[in-house]
Design a protein around this ligand. Structure first.
Ligand SMILES: Cc1cc2nc3c(=O)[nH]c(=O)nc-3n(C[C@H](O)[C@H](O)[C@H](O)COP(=O)(O)OP(=O)(O)OC[C@H]3O[C@@H](n4cnc5c(N)ncnc54)[C@H](O)[C@@H]3O)c2cc1C
Length: 290
């Protein structure tokens, strides 16, 4: 596999995920190029080897069993190209970096996403959002690999999307995305965003290992308020705990296991259903290897 990219063996996914949970994967491959990725996919499928695409693992809760397969990370796809208002970024580019590069060119549209610790690939696929904006608002087109391992470009009109959802997920591997960004005053935009980010730091446990918000907001009440009303702040299962700072965050106190987090999620869901008749819906993706 090393002809297709950088290959690491026995990689502890716990160390890669923002919540600090995950087992060891037999291999992790970082393809050098789009073509190498298509060849790698051909090789894996021909040899019946399982694989999983990870971005920055900030919106996944990963099984802590051994993964007898290949994690594919697109970190080498880290190019950013700017042509006027059009910004094309590789799937592996982290959003805070993209925002910085854009602001240097006075392109301000992506600034609301400066605190999201995800890659372009993971964030476009999941339509990440903050401060009333979603990343798909700014997407013009995305370059992808389809199930037949063909590289193609999909324009925005051919993508369906909604709250933390796009039709790309599980159907395509995103290689890069092109955004249309408006010009503005970067100093004004930055000071506004920094003030909002500061407020977030005061109200959310951003210094603790987590996957960000754990549930979507139900229609009538923010998930955090609901969980707080249920009296579940501080509830623990093993090393997993409902944050005291913001009840819609589950944090890892250092030694949480996959099962601890899943059990805590189930307890919260059960209470919400029994006491408020609300079906809470999970935001992150649960990854089970079997
Ligand atoms: C402290 C904190 C704050 C957060 N704040 C926000 C916030 O304000 N708003 C928000 O929306 N989210 C937030 N999140 C959640 C998370 O950062 C975002 O959802 C982010 O967009 C996920 O990107 P990722 O690269 O980490 O994806 P991953 O977690 O690695 O992957 C998520 C899913 O996308 C798939 N995927 C990843 N890359 C690709 C690709 N190239 N092609 C196809 N599929 C792919 C994976 O297979 C997986 O199913 C926060 C998380 C944390 C820890």
């Amino acid at each position: 596999m090393d002809k297709y990219g950088i290959v690491l063996e026995n990689v502890n996914l716990k160390e890669l995920s923002t919540i600090g949970i995950g087992g060891v994967a037999k291999y992790l491959v970082r393809p050098y190029s789009y073509v190498d990725l298509t060849k790698l996919l051909d090789y894996l499928e021909e040899n019946n080897i399982k694989y999983y695409i990870l971005g920055n693992a900030s919106n996944v809760i990963i099984d802590d069993e051994y993964f007898d397969g290949v994690i594919i990370k697109l970190d080498e796809f880290n190019n950013i190209e700017i042509n006027g208002k059009e910004v094309t970024a590789g799937a592996g580019v982290m959003l805070p970096k993209l925002v910085n590069v854009c602001l240097q060119k006075e392109l301000v549209s992506l600034a609301p996403f400066s605190m999201i610790p995800g890659t372009v690939g993971g964030s476009v696929v999941g339509n990440a959002g903050a401060y009333g904006h979603e990343i798909m608002e700014y997407v013009k087109e995305v370059k992808v690999i389809d199930k037949e391992h063909k590289i193609k470009t999909i324009v925005k009109d051919d993508i369906s999307f909604g709250y933390r959802y796009t039709s790309l997920k599980n159907n395509y591997i995103v290689l890069s995305a092109t955004f249309i960004c408006e010009k503005g005053n970067p100093i004004e935009v930055l000071s506004d965003i920094q003030a909002r980010n500061e407020k977030r730091r005061d109200t959310q446990p951003l210094d603790k290992p987590s996957v960000g918000s754990i549930f979507r907001n139900p229609e009538d009440i923010p998930a955090g308020h609901l969980i707080e009303e249920l009296g579940l702040k501080g509830m623990k299962v093993g090393g997993a705990m409902v944050s005291e700072k913001h009840a819609n965050f589950i944090i890892n106190n250092g030694n949480a296991t996959f099962d601890d987090v899943i059990k805590l999620i189930d307890k919260i869901k059960k209470e919400a259903k029994e006491k408020k008749n609300i079906d809470l819906v999970l935001e992150p993706t649960i990854i089970k290897w079997d």
